[in-house]
Ligand binder design. Sequence first.
Ligand code: ATP
Length: 603
Amino acid sequence: MVSTAPPRREPAFATLRNWLAPYRGLLAVVLVLELAARAAALVQPLATREVVEGVQNSEDLITPIAVLGGVALVGLCFNYAGYRWRGRLSEQFVLGIRRAMVRRIVGAPVSRVEADSSGDLLSRVSSDTALVQQTTVKALVDLIVVPLTVVAGIVLMLTIDVFLAVMVIVVLAVATLAEGWVFQKVSEDTERAQEHVGAMLGVVQRVLLAFRTVKASRTERQEAESFDRHAESAFRAGVKAARTGALADTVAYAAVDFTFLVILGIGVIRVSTGDVGVGDLVAILLYVVYIQEPVESLTGSAGRLSEGLAALRRISALLRMPQETDEGAREFAPSPAGSPSRDVARSVRLEGVWFGYGEDPVLRDVSIEARPGITVLVGTSGAGKTTVLSLVERFVAASRGRVTLDGVDIADLPLAQLRRRIAYVQQEAPLLGATIREAATYGLDEADDERLWQVLRSVGLGEWVTSLPRGLDTEVGERGVQISGGQRQRLAVARALARDSEVLLLDEATSQLDPYHEQVLVRSLMQDSRERIVIAVTHRMLLAQHADQVVMLHQGAVHARGRHEELLDDPLYRHLTAAVDSSPRVVARPDAPVDEQRSGHGV
Ligand SMILES: Nc1ncnc2c1ncn2[C@@H]1O[C@H](COP(=O)(O)OP(=O)(O)OP(=O)(O)O)[C@@H](O)[C@H]1O
């Protein structure tokens, strides 16, 4: 069952607050450290004034200099600690978000995840979280610390000279408005540049995924040109962002210079008229610097905060993904007394099932009963075969009718219990695990080597794995041995067999096998299916020839069912069979030695 509550749209700030809630303690520590660092900075102009006045009045300078040095040192220590703990808070914040995102993705229903682009999900987990990490915590801390620093700085300036303090406020406000406007432009240009970079990476991803097709279609140049177009747009957007960035940098420097010079000019006049002392002027000029620096940091981080909040909004949308739940499920006793060590399911039934991914039904009133043995689903592409397996695994739920396992509606079974009883090999049979052992035992709590070798031999991989120097611990995939599509499929079937589950679902698990290995696998399945229900989707007829039952789907409905030979009377089935495989073959009885197969006997 999938929770279908309509998604709530939460303001990004509320999301930020909620996500930071568990780290309130750490946030408080960071705020205290940063405030302490700023406070030390604000004391420095007063200490400097003491030194200047000491020089003017030829007083003892040791104490004021020691105070100034001490304050500076304490400020540095708080600054270091604040930076460090703020970094830690950012990391923890993002760690929490990343964990929640991945849990949300793996907990989502298959249909929901498959409907999203994998590139988009990846970029949310990687780039968006990185952006949130770099921007939000710093901006949030600045938003709290900087206004307090500015207010405290202004109050201290007012105690020195009201006129100069008011001048500083006016000049700073003008400079900050100019900076804010430029930083906003920088943020917009950077965002645009990032969009172009995303499109450029999309081309690279597409080429890498279909590299052979690109080569075989000789579209390297076309793809390179498509990349160039996006790369050039990214370049132009990047140059524009750099131009605005340079302007922002210059405006920031100019703002400091402008404020400093204006206050210096006015200050000198006031010193000459005797309204303020030299020490007061030095202190106020230092305040200009100490206030302007955090204000700049705030304007910069406020600009970047909009990017961070936009990323946070995309993350929040992912975090609202619906989840598979066990609502309404009842726990059923898994093993009746006196049953063998592994339970044997007696039936999987689809009873009058209707289902559609959208408005149109993909399956219409489908009823199928599979008992221990092999049930093969055949039919033209798009007939709904994979969808039948998805219903049994409860990846999707029937809109009408029901699916039962041993007479119990699977909607009433806890998902974990249901899926523990089923092994599934999906189309393309992806490899999960770095070594052969990991790939073959993926999802298993424990598996002894004896059983592992047994299943590997039963799918015809025993000899190959034995020939590898590191055997079961051979690395496969990018860092290890390259394996063929057929080997990958057989490894996936071995993994499914090693689970010793009651039901085995195979989706095109023999599509890439050569005739010899197809026969080995079919023979193994025939032997294995005495104790379990095998439902296999296939376009290859060998398995159908040896199945206990063949169900032919056509346009979402059961067109025919029976044994292979019985169905040969059906013109549509005959047509399908002839199109796929015109030479019926026989597989040796399951207990015949493999050598007999190799020598051609029984084939
Ligand atoms: N996730 C999905 N969202 C929308 N439509 C889908 C989805 N999966 C399958 N379909 C549609 O449902 C129909 C049945 O698909 P299904 O994969 O069950 O067919 P199939 O018989 O297994 O086909 P094939 O032999 O080509 O794998 C097709 O028309 C397909 O386009």
